[in-house]
Every structure is written in structure tokens, then in C-alpha cells.
Design a protein around this ligand. Sequence first.
Ligand code: 5GP
Ligand code: ZN
Length: 119
Amino acid sequence: MADCLFCSIIAGDLPSDRVGENEVAVAFRDINPRAPVHVLVVPRRHLTSAHELSDDDGDELAAVFSLARQVAEAEGTADGYRVTTNIGRGGGQMVDHLHLHVLGGRQLGHIDSLTGDDG
Ligand code: 5GP
Ligand code: ZN
């Protein structure tokens, strides 16, 4: 999609620190990491957010999560990590191309901490 930051990164038109990919998704390091491991797993297909997923997208979604698992294993945090996705401005989403945050490499807070401003 034109004028989409993550579409441009996936196409290679903008640089990124790519750490993995499969036929469905690409994984690259977040430019502003909030944890020792902070990787974005981004489906190649442009969807604005997870809210646009449909009942037919199961195979694609499984492949996205498969890449997230591979990233966690390769980064050495498979014993404990978080996969999250933000939806809409109210949900903290800043880049309007569906992506998973894979966070790990340190002790992460309890789910209660996610509901505050420090999330
Ligand atoms: P969101 O708030 O949409 O869930 O997350 C967007 C993420 O993209 C943020 O964590 C932000 O640091 C990251 N980000 C923004 N611009 C870039 C960029 O140009 N390159 C990379 N690698 N990450 C970016
Ligand atoms: Zn896009």
C-alpha cells in the first residue's frame, strides 16, 4: 500500500534490521526497543489492524504466529515473552499496518501493568 511505512520496509524501500521472514510475514527489530528483545512481526499483506482480520485468515495468522515463535527461539527468550498487537489510536497503535510486538529478554510486568500509562 502506498504511503505505508511497514509496506515500504517489507518491500525493501526503507531499511530495517530484519531478523526473520517466511512466506507470509517479515520480522524486524523495533527502532525504539522497550525490551532487550523487541521485534515486530508484520504480515506482508496490508491490513490496517487485527480488527480487519476475517474468518478466512486463519492460515495467514498461524504463519504470523509461527514467525513470532521462531523469533523468540532465535533471540533466546522462548521461555518467556509477550506477543501483543495494538488496535487503533485508543489502543496505542501508531503504525496502521497490522503487526505483532514480540517482547522479551527481561522480566515483563503482570497484565495489570498494561492498562496504565506505562504500558
Ligand atoms: P504501534 O504503536 O503501532 O503498536 O507500534 C509501532 C512500533 O513501530 C513502535 O514500537 C515504533 O517504535 C516502531 N517503529 C516506528 N517507526 C519505525 C521504523 O521506521 N522502523 C522500525 N523498525 N520500527 C518503527
Ligand atoms: Zn502496509
